[in-house]
Design a protein around this ligand. Structure first.
Ligand SMILES: Nc1ncnc2c1ncn2[C@@H]1O[C@H](COP(=O)(O)OP(=O)(O)OP(=O)(O)O)[C@@H](O)[C@H]1O
Ligand SMILES: Nc1ccn([C@@H]2O[C@H](COP(=O)(O)O)[C@@H](O)[C@H]2O)c(=O)n1
Length: 194
């Protein structure tokens, strides 16, 4: 039975960084589920059809990490049929041995509610905006406004809103280094595997 680690949290909180490091550490498969929504939004046309016809090639587009792609993703992610079309892919990914790590917004609450490890990664709005500005070479104030808008949409939608699962453990990365955040996550996984 594969060991599943579910990681959720708002944009630029550091969940992908932790997920990739855990995947390296444990030799597990890793899926950044945000890419599914970014690729669906980037395809254009009817988002429901785009989600139903998503291919591995769509996930390779070079423009998916842009701020615009993030905004478009959060709009189409509120459509229940889009989310439903992406569920099977995520379940099949999570079923891989020896284990899988999925990061996103609804992994611990909807996609893998029985995962033995659920992390919810947060950081202050200002820290997240600065990180995204550094990453994209953009204005921190503009990034802050975009993060606010995206968080609001993700938290307030009716289907699979962003929230911690009741049994998720919180990691606040606002004032800790990447290495410290990874060490905190590994300590949690070790306790769960013991
Ligand atoms: N603890 C930390 N300290 C400093 N910088 C960090 C920390 N964690 C992550 N970062 C940096 O912040 C940026 C965003 O991190 P990351 O991509 O992991 O966030 P995310 O939550 O996966 O975002 P998204 O949901 O938008 O994909 C990256 O440039 C990363 O290197
Ligand atoms: N499980 C998920 C993952 C992502 N989303 C939506 O996609 C947007 C982009 O995600 P990133 O992680 O790449 O920033 C995000 O704002 C969500 O709207 C989702 O709904 N569920």
């Amino acid at each position: 039975m594969p060991f599943i680690i579910a990681i959720d949290g708002p944009a630029a909180s550091g969940k992908g960084t932790i997920a990739r490091a855990l995947a390296d550490h444990y030799g597990f498969h890793h899926l950044d589920t945000g890419l599914l929504y970014r690729a669906t939004g980037a395809k254009g046309g009817d988002p429901i059809e785009a989600a139903r016809n998503l291919t591995p090639d769509d996930l390779q587009r070079s423009d998916l990490r842009s701020a615009d792609a993030g905004q478009a993703a959060s709009r189409i992610a509120a459509i229940p049929e889009v989310r439903a079309a992406l569920v099977d892919f995520q379940h099949r990914f999570a079923a891989q041995d020896p284990g899988a790590i999925l990061d996103g917004r609804d992994i611990g609450t909807v996609i893998c509610p029985d995962a033995p490890v659920k992390l919810y990664v947060v950081a202050s709005n200002e820290v997240r905006a600065q990180r995204r500005a550094d990453e994209l070479g953009a204005d921190p104030a503009e990034m802050l406004a975009q993060l606010h808008e995206r968080d609001r949409r993700d938290r307030e939608r009716d289907t699979a809103p962003l929230r911690p699962a009741d049994d998720a453990l919180i990691i606040d990365t606002s004032n800790i280094s990447i290495d410290e955040a990874i060490a905190a996550a590994i300590a949690i996984v070790e306790r769960a595997r013991a």
